[in-house]
Design a protein around this ligand. Structure first.
Ligand code: HMG
Ligand code: MG
Length: 362
């Protein structure tokens, strides 16, 4: 089960920033997205269309979407942007921008091909460079599970919905029960399908809940994953919101998901690093065959409704680790580390990425 291409979903601009107490200028958020887009990352979660009363920091996500649509960051390959939303209102708010400025509209320019794309040997899969990208013909491993590949550099957009494996967390995060959250998703999924927008679904607190404790039933996670896939989700991101996951618990959860018929190709893993276990859990998941992982540059992040939980696994650490195991990510670790150092400085935060700091110090 030798790792090949691993797709990293960079959640720094959303999960990474949503819990910051200081007001972050929209220009800084846009600059973060633009800088990340130049590191070789292929998928970036750039904002969320949630209630500003609940998460004030994400209130200007419409403006970020406008920027991405009006002047897509130049990158050597197409980038998929993900947008988190909790309800139909969030979808309406997303669509009001996307449909007025999005694909097919005159306000949506096709950027010129990047010089990097023309010159780069990255599409050569025979390369031994761990940063080399997969060829277009390498299928799902290259594009993730949601068919988000495209020709040229035109960005793609995906939506993310979120529920959780415990009732208490679902109430605290979205003010509804798990069953109600699924009901909310039905019209959202139907609309997204009509519009051709791929849909990811998060399952929070899959390896521990801040309110119900560390022993979340893996069968509950698996049955939710099955339900969400049956409803039409293109990918399930299984989230260790609290960082309570350990290597054995991760292995048990993945075995349970497989036994329930959930294919690895339909899964992403989303580890927070509160207890320092995110990297080891990621390797356990990699060995199980998972090939999509969420991470945040500089280890930014945390959920406002998960008391005590800290940032996501740092993208730099994950990329460094996966490259050491012979996997390709397409990500330039030096460029990414620069972004991690820059955003940490902008936020006045300690850079939480060990590999990022070490790379910068070289
Ligand atoms: P509610 O208070 O029950 O909803 O919240 P409501 O319908 O009564 O609305 C309250 C107010 O918000 C109303 O405004 C609505 O119009 C407005 P008012 O009439 O009082 O002026 N509103 C909205 N505004 C903008 N966009 C919307 C929207 N919806 C309502 N979409 C609700 C229910 C779901 C809205 C709320 O609980 C919510 O927004 N929750 C989101 C919480 C959140 O963003 N959490 C963090 C993201 S999830 C996460 O981090 C975990 C993850 O990383 C994986 C992991 O690590 O676990 C993904
Ligand atoms: Mg998270």
């Amino acid at each position: 089960n030798r790792p090949d291409f691993v797709r990293i979903v960079e959640v720094g601009p959303r999960d990474g920033l949503q819990n910051e107490k200081q007001s972050i200028p929209v220009a800084t958020k846009v600059e973060l997205v633009n800088r990340l887009a130049r590191t070789g990352l292929r998928t970036i979660e750039a904002g969320s269309f949630v209630s500003p009363k609940w998460v004030p920091q994400m209130a200007n996500s419409s403006e970020i979407l406008e920027h991405v649509l009006a002047s897509p960051p130049r990158s050597p390959h197409p980038i998929t942007y993900q947008w988190l939303l909790p309800n139909a209102r969030g979808l309406d708010n997303f669509l009001s921008v996307w449909q007025s400025k999005g694909p097919g509209q005159s306000a949506y320019p096709t950027p010129p091909p990047s010089p990097v794309e023309e010159e780069s040997p990255v599409l050569n899969t025979s390369s031994q460079d761990p940063n080399a990208m997969p060829s277009e013909s390498s299928g799902a491993e290259a594009t993730g599970t949601s068919g988000s590949t495209s020709s040229g550099t035109a960005p793609q957009h995906e939506l993310s919905i979120f529920t959780a494996a415990t009732e208490t967390f679902t109430q605290k995060n979205t003010n509804c029960s798990i069953a109600e959250s699924l009901q909310r998703f039905e019209p959202i999924m139907a609309r997204a399908k009509e519009l051709g927008l791929p849909m990811r679904a998060y399952i929070s607190v899959a390896l521990g809940c801040p309110f119900e404790g560390p022993n979340v039933d893996p069968h509950k996670v698996a049955s939710l994953a099955v339900s969400l896939l049956e409803m039409g989700a293109d990918e399930i991101s299984v989230a260790d919101t609290t960082g309570m996951g350990t290597a054995p618990k991760t292995a048990e959860l993945l075995k349970t998901l497989t036994a329930a018929g959930v294919e690895n190709a339909d899964l992403a893993l989303h580890f927070h690093d509160t207890y320092g276990q995110a990297l080891v859990n990621s390797v356990v998941a990699l060995e199980h065959g998972i090939r999509t992982f969420d991470a945040a540059v500089a280890g930014l992040g945390g959920c406002p409704f998960s008391p005590g939980a800290t940032g996501n696994v740092s993208t730099e650490d994950l990329v460094h680790c996966f490259h050491s195991l012979g996997a390709r990510t397409g990500v330039d670790i030096e460029a990414l580390s620069e972004v991690g150092g820059w955003i940490s400085g902008e936020l006045g935060r300690v850079n939480e990425s060990r590999a990022g700091k070490a790379t910068l110090a070289q």
